[in-house]
Write a protein of this length. Structure first.
Ligand code: KG4
Ligand code: ZN
Length: 337
């Protein structure tokens, strides 16, 4: 079924709590993806329990690989190379994915391509629309908040990033303060649409740099809730969610739109779990339309962790002859720059 010129990358992702395998053709066409999410299990504990996550990855991988190949109506013989997330992430979880990938690479004699998790998030955008260079990538996930200038494929220059918490981490902490269950980010987003922007929260790190800081607004929400409780005042959770989300959107859009101008870039891509946020999606759409900027954001199901993004990035890494040996190491703190 496969054309000899076509490149089929089998992507493997297990850096956190999703066991995912995907096949992507030529870096842009998703052929099939299978995911087993552990979210319900971890929700019982209020967050991801690393040991449980690793064990569930071990149990789930064979099922997910088989499901993905079946969905694609392909066998391992049709696969050109195997791409795997080697980091950053939870070390036990990464180890399982790396072991699965190296084993498949050894058994089926396929090249092994290491993919940085955040680069995966960035390339999820290629599944929507071909990335046009130069571009600015805004990465907003549970572990990262970065503004990146990309001159070309696989050329990354960080122009700013968070000095403390990542934006997703901040969403999850605010969610906990207003008693929303894990994972809180999407729930804060949902709740904010029924609230009003009435609480005077600070605009975080409103300066001339491209850096971000979210620990201040997180503490402001905590203090606000604490003080209102002490005074016996009613806490309007939807209004807190709305005020918080508006300040986050304000600072993300302000710095990103400035970077687009300064770097004279016509394509903005947004990547990472928080790119699923409805307010962020809507506001960037409005601003980019006004400025004549092409905006690309992954489809909601590819905003959070998945293997399609790993296979998409893996194609460009494969073309750049980036390879790993069977001694590939998982790296919980893998650096991208
Ligand atoms: O990229 P991701 O799946 O995992 C990491 O690589 O970190 O991102 C997960 C983060 C979590 O903090 C989650 O709460 C946040 O993305 N998130 C959201 C939304 N959907 C997911 N945050 C705000 N609004 C959302 N709709
Ligand atoms: Zn992620």
């Amino acid at each position: 079924m496969s054309n000899l010129k076509d490149i089929y990358i089998l992507g493997i992702e297990s850096s956190c709590d999703e066991t995912s395998v995907s096949i992507v053709k030529n870096g842009v066409d998703e052929i099939a993806t299978a995911v087993l999410s552990q979210m319900d299990t971890h929700a019982n504990f209020g967050g991801v329990v690393p040991e449980i996550a690793s064990r569930m990855h071990i149990e789930n991988f064979t099922i997910v690989i088989e499901e993905c190949l079946n969905k694609a109506n392909m066998t391992m013989d049709d696969i050109t190379a195997i791409a795997v997330t080697y980091g950053p992430g939870l070390i036990g979880c990464l180890l399982v994915g790396v072991n699965v990938a190296t084993t498949l690479s050894y058994i089926y004699n396929k090249p092994l391509v290491p993919v940085h998790h955040i680069i995966g998030h960035i390339y999820a955008n290629n599944l929507v629309s071909k990335m046009e260079f130069p571009l600015i990538a805004l990465v907003v996930s549970g572990g990262h908040t970065d503004l990146i200038y990309m001159e070309d494929n696989y050329k990354f220059k960080k122009i700013g990033g968070t000095l403390d918490d990542a934006v997703g981490e901040c969403y999850d902490k605010v969610a906990r303060v207003i008693d929303l269950p894990y994972p809180g980010g999407p729930l804060v987003d949902k709740l904010s649409s029924s609230g009003k922007d009435t609480y005077p929260l600070p605009l975080p790190l409103d300066d001339d740099t491209y850096n971000f800081s979210f620990s201040g607004i997180k503490s402001a929400v905590m203090n606000l809730v604490h003080n209102e409780n002490q005074r016996g005042n009613e806490i309007r959770n939807a209004d807190i969610a709305c005020s918080f989300q508006n300040r986050i959107i304000e600072i993300l859009t302000k710095k990103t739109m400035k970077a687009l101008k300064e770097y004279n870039v016509k394509n903005l891509i947004i990547a990472g779990g928080v790119s699923a946020n409805s307010g962020i999606r809507n506001k960037f759409k409005e601003l980019c339309d006004k400025e004549g900027i092409k905006l690309t954001i992954p489809n909601i199901k590819y905003c959070t962790d998945n293997a399609a993004m790993v296979a998409a990035a893996g194609y460009f890494a494969y073309n750049k002859k980036i390879r790993a040996g069977l001694d590939l190491k998982a790296d919980a703190n893998a650096n991208m720059f």
